[in-house]
Design a protein around this ligand. Structure first.
Ligand SMILES: *Cc1c(COP(=O)(O)O)cnc(C)c1O
Length: 365
């Protein structure tokens, strides 16, 4: 007789619905046999990898029989110098997604709660639930984080608050004063994660760099990633900056070799390639303008975004529109899993990819 393992799984996992990732290009190719496919679904860097990164990866391949440096000495040294923090404040992750899970593992369990925003990054709710903790979803304000309400939502058993700044999938951001007021209000015993996955793209002078607030707020943890502006999504590297004590706790639950040797080498090379980062930003700035202009021409409202994606409001037909776009060879992200059934999220691509999307959109609407 076979066992019902669902019954035996830990209760948080029993109720878990897995994250729905963007559709891979190869999957659409298999399904529809299309030859030209444009993927604007996972906020990846459209530019292709930095030549310096390719070279670093190639050199590292000769060493792949060895385990990676478990402490990521070289990458931490490079990050510490760049960010003006101590290496002991850094924790490396298999993407920042890894860190989202690790911080939950450190602080959450039964009889605790974690807070996130209604349209906040979906992984937060999953990380909380996987730890058998209670998730508290706080209603959004103008699609973004309502920090005041999030601070007010803290309960006796709350250990952790996740804030994405800018947020994915809405592109909204909180300003410096708003963030400071929030951090002053949150009890010093509640850990606040500021997830800055898109920070490299932000050009708004009022946008806060949470790393600068670490000394003032020891309960703060800042997450960043090499997946977006640095163009390393496939290699999986992210990092957190915190007090050495919080870094020590993260390090206790981290798998010893959670970042591969090739990924470590690539991240060091990426950090050194300022030109790539600058070109990433410029391409994103222009692509954002292109998409905004195209949407305005087609009369489509959008949520102003500080990230490398634009969330557009196409109405209750969004699910069908997503399907029709697939048949045109365009993959975007439907937001029904975020309870935003009228919206699609479109990553900024190369100019020709953005144009291909806008043309397809015009045809299928
Ligand atoms: C893309 C993204 C991440 C980064 O994920 P990685 O695991 O580093 O690839 C983290 N947070 C948010 C809000 C994101 O959109």
């Amino acid at each position: 007789m076979s066992c019902d393992f669902i019954e035996l799984a830990n209760p948080g996992v029993q109720r878990l619905h897995p994250y729905q990732a963007g559709k891979p290009i190869e999957e659409l190719q298999r399904e529809l046999g299309l030859t030209h496919i444009v993927k604007l679904a996972s906020n990846e860097n459209p530019m292709g990898p930095s030549p310096a990164v390719i070279e670093a990866c190639r050199a590292e391949l000769a060493e792949i029989i060895r385990y990676p440096d478990s402490n990521g000495f070289e990458l931490k040294a490079a990050l510490a110098a760049k960010l003006n923090v101590a290496p002991a404040q850094l924790t490396l992750g298999n993407g920042s997604n890894d860190l989202i899970d690790l911080i939950a593992k450190v602080f959450l369990g039964p009889d605790t709660s974690g807070i996130y925003s209604q349209y906040g990054f979906a992984i937060y709710a999953l990380a909380i639930q996987a730890c058998n903790a209670r998730g508290i979803s706080v209603p959004a304000r103008n699609w973004g984080h309502d920090l005041q309400a999030m601070a007010a939502a803290v309960e006796e058993d709350t250990r952790l608050i996740y804030v994405a700044n800018p947020n994915n999938p809405t592109g909204t951001a909180v300003g410096r004063e708003e963030l400071l007021a929030f951090l002053r209000q949150v009890p010093a015993s509640v850990v606040v994660v500021i997830d800055e996955a898109y920070t490299e793209y932000v050009e708004d002078p009022d946008f806060p760099n949470a790393i600068e607030l670490l000394e003032q707020f020891p309960n703060l943890v800042v997450f960043r990633t090499f997946s977006k502006a640095y163009g390393l999504a496939g290699l999986r590297v992210g990092y957190s900056v915190s007090s050495p004590q919080l870094a020590d706790l993260l390090n206790r639950v981290r798998a010893p070799f959670n970042v591969s040797s090739v990924a470590l080498a690539a991240a060091v090379a990426a950090l050194g390639d300022d030109d790539y980062l600058e070109r990433s930003r410029a391409l994103n700035r222009e692509g954002m303008q292109q998409l905004i202009r195209g949407c305005e021409e087609q009369g489509i409202p959008y949520i102003p975004s500080l990230g490398n994606f634009l969330t557009i409001e196409v109405g209750p037909d969004a699910g069908n529109l997503y399907q029709r776009l697939l048949r045109e060879g365009v993959i975007v992200r439907p937001l029904a899993p975020y309870q935003m059934p009228n919206h699609l999220r479109v990553s900024i691509g190369l100019p020709e990819e953005n144009a291909f999307f806008l043309d397809a959109l015009k045809r299928v609407r």
